[in-house]
Design a binder for this molecule. Sequence first.
Ligand code: ATP
Length: 633
Amino acid sequence: MSTRAAPAALALSWRAAPLASVASLAVTLALGVLPATTAWTSKLLLDELARGHTVRVGRASWLVAAGAALAAAMTILTLVSTQLSRRVQRAITLRTQDQLYERVNAIAGLRSFEDPVFQDRLRLAEQGAQGAPGAITKLLTETVRNAIVILGYLGTLMVLWPPMAGFLALAAVPAFLAQRELARRRAGTTEKMMETARKRYFYQALLTDAASAKEVRLFGLGGFFHGRLLAMLRATTDADLAVEAYAARVQGLLGLLTAAVAAVAGIVVVHGIADGRVSLGGFMLFTVAVGGVQSAVSAITTQASTSGQYLRLFRSWRDLVDAPADLPSGTTPAPALRHGVELRDVWFRYQDDGPWVLRGVNLLIPAGQAVGLVGLNGAGKSTLVKLLCRFYAPERGQILWDGVDVAEFDIASLRRRIGATFQDFCRYDATAAENVGLGDLDRIGDLAAIRQAAADAGIDAKLAGLRDGYATFLSRVFRDAELKAGTALSGGQWQRVAIARSLMRRDADLLILDEPGSGLDPEAEHEVHLALSRHRAGRTSLLISHRLSTLRDADLIVVLREGRVVEQGGHTELMAAQTDYARLFLTQAAGYRDTPEPVSAPSPSPTSEPPSEPRSEPTPDPEPFHAAIGSAS
Ligand SMILES: Nc1ncnc2c1ncn2[C@@H]1O[C@H](COP(=O)(O)OP(=O)(O)OP(=O)(O)O)[C@@H](O)[C@H]1O
């Protein structure tokens, strides 16, 4: 058993519910005394009845009444004990879940969430946190109760046949060792199968979620995913079966041992009766005592096994809750932006051995200006945005906020200064008002502010016109508080809701819009574009878009290719330069003409090669960018 984790689990249970824990212990003590007392009462009764016609009716009646009272007390105390355990368990669950998700929320970056090992540990931590404190509390109470039961019966055995106590103690050793091994194997199986179990839930979700239902049906993927789900289910259940088969073998052997010990005890006492040393009541008492000790030992070892299993998982909870910060946060509150945000020679890759995604990016987003970011798919635009939001730290180089490295700022305070719409924005199963208001929790109840943001994103009329206006629940899978079915929005409408959410932070120092128009129809896009242009005027913003016409009026347009800034300037300047931006722009514009005209900007150099990756020291790219961007995606 993971004995080092046990005190921590116990302390947790004590802190979670001190009163209920004490009460539970007191009831447990009382429950421990009852079995031996009941057995003695029965013995006295049996011996009294064995007197035949000389039986003392009054005494026998009292003994019967005492037995009944003891049985009633046993029933009531058991119920009380169960209720108390439930209370303790509930308090523990609330506390451990609270601490777990508080810690999860404190993870500032995204790396952990993209790490399968972390995902496994998180699930194990959930299981361990749920089970361990309860199991260890139960182990404690069971041990105390059963220890008292054992002591009571051992006293009896010492009177009747002392060597039996030694036999029973010896028989307990293999039981304890076997149960400990069982705990190790069970926890090991859970840990080993965690990723498979997660995959199973993933396929389950694919088969049942509304979001995947279309593709699964159109491409006929149901059977395929179903097969995979069953394969995962088979793998996890096979592993469980194997460990439980081992458990059955072990428990079978322990059962044989228990029966053998009980048989020896029985034969010995039969001889005692033959010799006249033991009465009939004494025989009964002896048999009950042996059985009682055996089941008490078995209860303790079985509970120890369960607790051991959970305690191993509990280590995952402790590791997670005690884990150091993934992204060290500074302590200085981020101040209002006055001059600009600068990326200075920023290098970044997602994995230590992965390819560089940003390769020495130098870029200035001046305060009060609108900057457009352009580049082919995979150029690193969204990655750059994620670094600006401090979801990751650059591997080399700095991001400066008015000249101060953002690493010095308290992360939360920096993020409060940023409003953003991400490419993969969220659709919350919540009311329309909440879906917008979540962009600024302080004003989630401010309907006027919510409507203003929605109006800027061109979605106010639609939301106001819903069945219950802004109180309408937007969901395809949940009903609202009054059990009315949720309402669905179209993809473009959801996108505008997401834009509105980012606009809730009206005074954000930096507004980031990553492909805000990708799902919008031409009219909506134009409308939103105009609204956003108005909103962005005089504000600091970074807009990523593949629709280059929406970037024409940006103060500065930056072209990113393979993680490097290869061109920047105003629209007119870049068009006049007739290089990559111009080519990209004209290629896109040609697509709108009836007869596409040949594009005159330079074509890609056949000899151009992707920039080499740094091995030890990053070097700024000395070469001019001469591979033109192919076509707009
Ligand atoms: N979480 C991640 N883990 C590992 N690699 C990633 C991750 N996110 C992006 N990448 C990789 O980083 C590169 C840049 O991706 P990014 O999303 O920044 O490109 P982008 O310029 O925004 O592309 P698009 O125009 O398609 O949105 C891609 O090669 C992608 O595979």
